[in-house]
Design a protein around this ligand. Structure first.
Ligand SMILES: *Cc1c(COP(=O)(O)O)cnc(C)c1O
Length: 376
């Protein structure tokens, strides 16, 4: 009997040269959180994003957000505005610092932070003598947020912006790379992202001084002395030279990975737009999405579940969209400025398999299952 293989939402996709860089690390005995692959991976990312940016590779995207907020000076008792429609890792580092997240809902066209609600929230918090210390905003599923609008508001009130670009390496906004659009950018190389080091991340800064500070904090904050001397709390957040080797190999194929993910989106768009119960999101003018995950919005929770469960029966993984942070048990007491947009998306939306390693047979199999879902 033929057994069908499982289709994953987004799985690692090696290019071929990763192992060579990893072998280099072994051959030279650079099995440490420093070495030629760490420097090489940083240079590769820098030349991809544009030379005016500085890059520090770290142990995760979450660690990168933590250090960005620390460099901004977020501390106990501060409020930080955060996109509600996101993965919890956008918000958790706010808690690590003893600060309080205030959640902002999404707009309908990009599914990212609503500039209108952001400004309403800032005015409200300033009026109550609680001026926010930072804004964490996310290019969700690879779709750029409206950076011009968000940055203009942030500048007007003089609040620093952390750009969570964990899902958006390879996306651009008015021809500028996502991750470079604000004060601090962060990337993730977790196993499910567009390229991976198995686990890892990067902090993108505008100056070498800030990059050096991030590296200092990420390597236990050692002062310049022959013994171990510390005048600051440090972290063990630097990326391993072994994993950076995987990253160097992955950077060689990043453009192919973006093309493959965009082709998945085009396939779904072409074949699913005939259903009046299914919508896909187009790119607004000036935005170019890496289409990390192709998402659909259906007409109801019931339709969404019907598609998800029919796919599951055939061993095909799909997943509801992110559950908004302001509805998560851990953040239920946090203030939020919401108008129902992200709750509606959570109820009706579904992430479809989107890996760059999906074959045409895989895509056709997924399509056939969706086409055969009763009463769509
Ligand atoms: C993956 C992800 C992160 C966290 O990155 P890690 O490398 O897994 O720590 C943060 N924000 C968003 C939106 C993500 O998708």
């Amino acid at each position: 009997m033929l057994t069908k293989t499982k289709i994953y939402l987004s799985s690692p996709h090696m290019g071929g040269n990763e192992q060579k860089f990893v072998n280099d690390a072994f051959e030279t005995n650079w099995i440490a959180p420093l070495g030629p692959n760490v420097n090489g991976f940083e240079d590769d990312i820098k030349s991809y994003l544009g030379a005016q940016n500085e890059v520090a590779v770290l142990s995760s995207g979450t660690a990168s957000i933590h250090l960005a907020l620390e460099l901004i000076g977020v501390s106990k008792g501060d409020e930080v505005l955060c996109q509600s429609f996101t993965f919890s890792a956008s918000a958790n580092p706010i808690m690590y610092l003893g600060a309080t997240p205030v959640f902002i809902d999404s707009e309908k066209d990009t599914w990212n932070m609503s500039p209108e609600l952001l400004e309403i929230a800032i005015k409200d918090r300033i009026e109550k003598n609680k001026k926010p210390k930072a804004i964490v905003v996310v290019h969700l599923y690879g779709m750029p947020y409206k950076a011009n609008e968000i940055n203009a508001i942030a500048e007007k009130y003089n609040i620093a912006v952390v750009e969570d670009s964990a899902e958006a390496l390879g996306s651009t906004y008015h021809d500028k790379a996502c991750g470079t659009l604000s004060d601090f950018g962060i990337l993730s190389f977790n196993g499910n992202k567009i390229i991976t080091t198995s686990g890892g991340g990067a902090l993108i800064t505008k100056t070498k001084v800030l990059k050096d500070k991030a590296v200092f904090l990420s390597t236990q904050a050692r002062d310049d002395a022959p013994h171990y001397q510390h005048s600051h709390v440090g972290y063990n957040y630097r990326m391993s030279n072994v994993l950076a080797g995987i990253g160097r190999g992955q950077m060689e194929v990043l453009n192919d990975r973006v093309s493959a993910r965009r082709a998945n989106y085009e396939f779904y768009k072409k074949h699913l737009s005939g259903f009046n119960t299914i919508e896909l999101v187009d790119e607004p003018a000036g935005s170019y999405s890496n289409r990390w995950i192709t998402c659909i919005k259906t007409d109801s929770f019931e339709t969404r579940e019907k598609i998800r469960l029919t796919l599951l029966e055939d061993d095909i993984e799909s997943r509801p969209l992110w559950k908004p942070m302001h509805t998560q048990p851990i953040f239920k007491d946090c203030l939020h400025f919401s108008d129902g947009t992200s709750e509606d998306l959570f109820e009706k939306g579904l992430c479809l398999p989107s890996g760059s390693n999906l074959t045409n047979d895989d895509l056709n199999r997924i399509l056939e299952i969706i086409n055969n879902t009763p009463n769509l």
